[in-house]
Design a protein around this ligand. Structure first.
Ligand code: NDP
Ligand code: F7E
Length: 318
């Protein structure tokens, strides 16, 4: 496994998706580096617009790119907005990866996701299990777009020698998450639902699915640190999983969130809602060999995430 030292010092670093949960965490982490941060606003440069992306890259010529921009959402968002998840994420990946090549970007990191792995692949999921079996149907469009991004990275490295790499984060949570009632991921959804129930004095909360699926949750500031670490030390066509190495059932997770939020009512499960993949625990041996481990335990991270929710929702609603 190739690992090389890549110098970020005094480089122009483009964080695509800087306003999102991951992008904002990358901006916080990169503040500690001696770099010039470059960002775009979607109103000016929609990353689905190839001409606009090419013009921006030709003008700014970033040395380094963290490609975190994407259309992102939870299981119902993925399963409802199937065309948008495929179209937007295909275009974003293709436009940014190609423009990086044309403008001689020194290094690019593409963020994939753990949902690129087959639904029933052996657990924990190793990086070489990609494309060895059928995908989870609810997020197949998104997963296909991410796999296309991974293959673009691989192809540009192979044909042009581009130092482009792909990383596969597990489920993420933390400051700047998306709290949309239907389209959010489970962590943000349950933090909001349990908080609102506590405030309203509700005595029963419905959690989607059976509660039996297992999920791995990584605190987003840990992810950002892993991304900067891998940008500096990793250079290969092979994927790198980024996770904690531990998972939990949704039912146990719901009880943990209830305890942290301070909700003491009943928790029931709506099996009419989709469970999605039964389990997607990442094998993190490659990441550990590259010298990185997560440092934020789930309970601590959830407390931080709840505090972030309280301050973000206060600022949003005054
Ligand atoms: N959240 C998670 O659990 C996981 C996320 N990931 C990956 O991490 C990355 C970031 O995810 P996350 O931060 O959670 O997502 P968010 O939705 O919080 O952020 C996505 C960002 O992408 C930007 N964006 C989306 N479409 C466009 C576009 N057409 N043009 C320009 N910018 C665009 C958004 O800009 P704006 O705010 O202006 O709309 C936003 O800043 C994604 O690649 C995702 O696949 C991987 C595994 C798990
Ligand atoms: C992050 C990664 O993984 C995503 O898939 P996912 O992990 O299945 O996403 P999820 O967080 O929405 O659900 C996790 C589990 O939780 C259960 N669940 C309970 N109650 C709620 C609930 O209220 N909301 C949600 N969303 N899920 C709930 C839900 O039934 C499921 O069993 C991809 O969409 C894709 O975005 C991707 O890349």
């Amino acid at each position: 496994m190739a690992s090389t030292a890549f110098e970020l010092k005094r480089k122009k670093v483009f964080v695509a998706g800087h306003r999102g949960m991951v992008g904002a965490a990358l901006m916080r982490r990169l503040e500690k580096e001696d770099v010039e941060l470059l960002t775009i606003n979607r109103a000016d440069v929609d990353l689905r617009n190839q001409a606009a992306v090419n013009m921006w890259f030709a003008d700014k010529r970033p040395h380094v790119v963290f490609l975190a921009a994407a259309k992102v959402g939870g299981i119902v968002a993925n399963n409802t907005l199937r065309a948008e998840f495929l179209y937007d994420n295909l275009l974003i990946a293709a436009n940014v990866i190609h423009a990086s090549h044309v403008n001689e970007t020194e290094k690019l990191m593409f963020l994939g996701s753990s949902c690129i792995y087959p639904k029933m692949a052996p657990q924990p999921l190793t990086e070489d299990s990609m494309l060895t079996g059928p995908l989870e149907i609810t997020n197949e469009p998104y997963a296909i777009a991410k796999i296309a991004g991974i293959k673009l990275v691989e192809a540009y490295r192979s044909q042009y020698g581009s130092d482009f790499i792909s990383v596969m984060p597990t489920n993420l949570y933390g400051s700047g998450d998306n709290y949309h009632p239907e389209y959010s991921h489970v962590v943000a959804a349950l933090i909001r639902r349990f908080h609102e129930a506590k405030v309203m004095g509700a005595q029963n909360i419905v959690v989607w699915g059976t509660g039996l699926p297992r999920r791995e949750f990584l605190y987003v500031d840990d992810l950002a640190d892993a991304c900067v670490h891998l940008m500096k030390v990793y250079s290969s066509s092979e994927l790198v999983n980024i996770g904690t190495g531990e998972d939990i059932t949704i039912a146990e997770f719901a009880r943990l969130v209830a305890a942290i939020v301070g909700y003491d009512g009943k928790i029931s499960f709506d099996a009419a809602r989709p469970d999605g993949t039964p389990r997607k625990l990442l094998d993190i041996r490659k990441l550990e060999k590259l010298g990185w481990r997560a440092t934020t335990p789930l309970k601590n991270g959830l407390k931080l995430a709840y505090q972030a929710y309280l301050s973000e929702s206060k600022s949003a609603f005054g």
